[in-house]
Design a protein around this ligand. Sequence first.
Ligand code: ZN
Length: 268
Amino acid sequence: MKIINVHAHLWDDQSVEERVEHYSCEGMVRICLIGREKVRIAQERYPDLVIGLGMVQPGSDGPEIIDKYHDWGLPGAKFITPSAPYDCDAYLPFYEKLANYGMVATFHTGYLGGSGRDTSTLWMHPMTLDRIARNFTELRIVGYHLGNPWYTDACSLALCYDNIWWELSGGTVRATPLSYLKTVFSFRTLDQYGPGELSHKLFDESVNHALFEKFCFGTDNPAPVYMIDFMRDLMEALEVPERTRELVWWRNAARIFGIEDEIVALPG
Ligand SMILES: [Zn+2]
């Protein structure tokens, strides 16, 4: 089984080699490492394994940081700890630049622990991605942590927009009981029943596998084993079709980063 990790970190005080080893495991064909200068080094050193995502803290960083990351050859940027909501007017130039460069935008969404920095979980609410996805339809967007705890909001965006995908890492989704997740993942819209379908669907409690077609695999800081076990057990329990599981493990990410042919050609 091939796997692409869309959410991994390389912090400034960490060694490139140690982090690559930390995130490597059987089947791991690409690792999206998030950071600043070090990520550029990591991508140059491991061009067949590392996808570098430049860290952006909008407000502290200005939109010109996207030009720098583009010059470095990074295919995307990750947003976190904004000084205002992600979708405020002042931040639109970040997304415009990414869209023009054909780069990917990833976002921390939902709860963020810690203090000492003037930001807010609400400014990273999953619905702040709505305006961005709507205005930059060519921009590919990956939200992290499924909008924790606003899972349903995240799911509704996944169904509404072709250019939004989600990743489920973080302690909270994994700590959520299956019965609750079954409810979350039964979210759907009448559109999914086909045109002209107006009657309500009170008794359809089945899992909406179309949601999983918009999910990607990611780990955040922990080693991959934890999320691999969780995603495998979750998809098994919810009877996600094999073809859809492949989208989650690697194919969605490969398409988002435009490397599907490369990954298909790899053995395994
Ligand atoms: Zn993270």
